[in-house]
Design a protein around this ligand. Sequence first.
Ligand code: PHE
Length: 344
Amino acid sequence: MEEKILSIRRAAREAVSSDATNLKELDAVRVRFLGKKGELTQLLRGMNQLSAEERPKVGKLVNEARAEIESLIADKTAELKSKELADKLATESIDITLPGRHAHAGRLHPLTLTLNRVKEIFLQMGYTVEDGPEVETDYYNFEALNLPKDHPARDMQDSFYITDDILLRSQTSPVQARTMERHKNNEPIRMIAPGRVYRRDDYDASHSPMFTQVEGLVIDKGITFGDLKGTLEYFLKQMFGEKARMRLRPSFFPFTEPSAEVDVSCVMCGGHGTDCKVCRGSGWLEILGAGSVHPDVLSMSGYDPSVVSGFAFGMGIERIAMLKYGVDDLRLFYDNDVRFLNQF
Ligand code: PHE
């Protein structure tokens, strides 16, 4: 019996070390020795034929044999598993020297970049950003801005009418009136309103029937033209750099009084003008219209001009983007040629 057990142990060692080259084969070895019909189990079955003294002795030997075989199989299992993993890693590894497929990232449009910068500058000064419809009523686009029907100044902006009373807005100024109407009791306002506007202009290097404006409106007690000037000067320096200078020229808008056109020193020639194609030798470029809010505009939208005053301005974003990026044809912004757009 002892001899038998020893030979089973030997056979098991041999089988585990050389027969089992993978986990499946190892399992077959386990069944052969430890399974229900395995060699060791068979041996235990025959124990009832042994004498009472022999039984515990043999039982102990069988248990030792079982423990040895189990631990051999456990060790071998661990070994085969790690070998299998290593094989898997070796065969399934990724060749990192293969060049990857290039993913084309999109970019922000230069007008969006410019608009974002304008917004950033005014948001830092505590302005809110307001919105209004592009299809607008004649009332907000003109009448509420002190331009009654048949007012000659309506000719300043040749508009796209849809019906007698509805048009594509020709300016972002209607958002002034809409925002004032939403605020009551002479509440202070500090807002900008970016958006598209439409005019019946020919499409050329400096005109487009659709373009982008940013409106500004500040209303509070004691707001002066000096506040307007300081605000715009700060804005222009933020936008074009510390060297930028500003010039105001008297102008006319029905909704502001007094009104001004605002020029910035030419960003191409630095303002000296000599041989400069961009400012045509003047050293200045016009970029926005502005003024103190007309008292009638305040009262039409529910504000009391004897209590509050304000200023407003409107700028063209295409114009500012052209100056900032040195673009000489406005149509480039709308052609969407990727060779152009990729440069920003
Ligand atoms: N809305 C005017 C325009 O489009 C610009 C402007 C806005 C002027 C606000 C004064 C105040 O020409």
